[in-house]
Write a protein that binds this ligand. Structure first.
Ligand code: JEB
Length: 239
């Protein structure tokens, strides 16, 4: 069993279960370039229907108690989770849900420390509640919401979460030189960025940035961060 990469870093394994696995083709390409080959991140996307046994590969059924729409059947989920948790790794099992805790940069930092993540993407009206109960025998279960709006399923939320988590893992594409300078890492919004030309369509780059005075530039950027945060996201300044 591989527990570390040639560089000595711990390997990260991510499994995604979805009835639309091809959603994740672009993510796999953009996130994993060098990380996959070097063994830093082992991402596998699985089709939930591979764990069905009927001719129609059925994953949904009508809700007990009535109501609109369909609910995902528990049996395929049970078989999928059994297989992906085999080996006793006790993965962190994440179900995106509009009824979950809200995903933040702190959530991403926490999940980036986990060696094995399993994401279960629901569709329709969601997954039979007993799947979440059962999954607790296999690992730590987290119901996580991307935000306070309604999506049609978990796939888009999982893509956003994996992108946010992946860029915190050293060696994964998008991992920047300095994470501390970024929006949210220090609890403030980012300062504005500019590049050449110095004047574009009569819009000028703030002259301080052309001054070469690095102390003054750092102070100006901090002021910009505070001002933008106060105007756009005062909730971030409350704590
Ligand atoms: C996640 C999902 C559905 C009620 C209405 C619609 C599985 N921030 C978020 N909004 N919506 C979801 C989410 C996250 N994360 C989300 C999983 C599923 C929506 N639906 C549709 C479920 N219940 C099905």
């Amino acid at each position: 069993m591989r527990t570390s990469t040639p560089s000595g870093r711990s390997a990260h394994r991510i499994d995604v279960v979805s009835i639309f696995p091809s959603y994740f083709d672009g993510l796999a390409l953009s996130l994993l370039g060098k990380a996959r080959d070097s063994g830093i991140l082992d991402l596998s996307v699985h089709d939930l229907r591979d764990w069905t046994h009927d001719r129609h590969r059925t994953v949904d059924d009508t809700p007990y108690g009535g109501g609109a729409g369909m609910v995902m059947k528990p049996e395929p989920w049970g078989l999928a989770l059994d297989q992906l948790a085999a080996g006793g790794t006790r993965p962190t099992i994440i179900f995106p849900s509009p009824a979950g805790e809200v995903f933040t940069q702190a959530t991403a930092r926490d999940l980036a420390t986990r060696e094995h993540l399993v994401f279960g993407c629901g569709r329709y009206e969601g997954i039979d509640e007993r799947v979440f109960e059962y999954a607790r025998d296999l690992g730590e279960v987290r119901l996580i919401s991307l935000g306070d709006y309604v999506l049609n399923g978990g796939e888009v939320a999982v893509m956003a979460m994996i992108e946010a988590i992946g860029r915190l893992i050293p060696g994964v594409v998008g991992n920047p030189e300095s994470l501390v300078e970024e929006s949210h890492e220090d609890g403030l919004l980012e300062y504005p960025s500019y590049t050449k030309p110095a004047v574009w369509r009569e819009h000028e780059v703030p002259p301080i940035l052309l001054s070469g005075n690095h102390g003054a530039i750092a102070a100006w950027r901090r002021e910009q961060q505070l001002e933008r945060t106060r105007i756009r996201r005062p909730d971030l300044l409350d704590d």
